[in-house]
Write a protein of this length. Sequence first.
Length: 444
Amino acid sequence: MPDDPSDLLSKASAVLTMNDRGSYTQPAHNLYPHQWLWDSCFIAIGLRHSDVERAKTELLSLLRGQWHNGMLPNIIFRDGFQWRTDRNLWRSWLNPYAPNEVTTTGITQPPMLAEAVVQVGAKLAWPERRLWYGMVYPALVSYHQWLYHERDPHGEGLVLQIHPWETGLDNTPPWMAELHEHLMPLWIRLIDKWKLSSAINLFRRDTKSIPMDQRFSAVESLAMFDIQLRLRRKAYDINRILDHSLFTIEDLNFNSILIRANTHVRTIAKSLQVDLPADLEQSMKKTEKALEDLWDPATAQYYSRDFITHRLLKTPSIATLLPLYAGTISKERAQHLVHLIENNHHFGPAFPVPSVPIDSAWFHPKLYWQGPTWVNTNWLIIDGLKRYGFHEHAQALKESTLEMVDKAGCYEYFDPLTGEPAGAPNFSWTAALVVDLLKTKSKT
Ligand code: GLC
């Protein structure tokens, strides 16, 4: 545990104040100046302890960006001349469903909104909670309906993602393995071959403030950009995208979070005494069953899956453990995942949980989603461990997380072997979830 919890609490709260932009919180100064979808959800979970009205505002401001077809974009861009390049790269206005008042990307991020709505609701007494739920329910339902209509075109229960950024785990190994092995465009292969990639780095904003070896490689950055351009050329129209696309993956992290979110949407509907649309209810049930199709008996693990071929992408990552958060897998399989966290050579180094197991060829202790420990995924795993009754494991992970942040500061991610900080300093979701872990009573 931290030496002085109240000191850590005030430092974390100061980060949230520093990044507060009035109606939303930027993830980090300079590097992430706009509003991000799952960031604001984690941030609201922290803010609810000190100011529940501000937490509500954080979530309501996400709804400004909702598309008329229900999509919630992963980024709502800031106004102002300074940010025009970011807005122009996406040109969300090309799609007729994009909102008029704000500009956004054309992709989404893990559906954490329902969790955040319920966590904020838990801080409200009944009549206020009902009002709060009533205020967000239509937007939530239309988001979940969009997920199934657009992203589960064959009605199989799993939703697909079209850009690595939609997973929230940007350069996570299963996606990067696919990219390097099968999907790298020729022009990027040539740039790599002719060793021109270092010139690309001169144009990057991220590596001006963060060391290069803690971010995407130049080749991977170009590939992300290439996918973005392809999506933009198709005006973010899913039919045109699926007609001939690069990435279509049913991501394990995304679908695990969706299952938990669906459970929360049901809770909200029940509290409001309304019935969910029948097609949505049916799709939700399918997702719980379909998660089991991602289990590979030979290696005894869950994986993401290629949407077209149904091939499991057998490269472990932090997503391997996220079915614990989904909460619908059997206790036996949950126990199996817990063994992976207990293993010091796998998911259990000194400062767990690494975003890639440390015995994987992909593991780099400071490289973004390819090794470092992140506080948001720890929070999700702690929550799952508790619900499966692994209270001691949950408590141990909570303590190591708080100790790590106490020692290093509210950074974006941490070296799982040493606890050293990496990425952006004063990172909002680290701060917010530290507040939540400090304020939430453990049940051991
Ligand atoms: C990075 C993370 C993503 C997050 C964003 C803003 O892109 O990978 O998950 O939402 O930063 O913090």
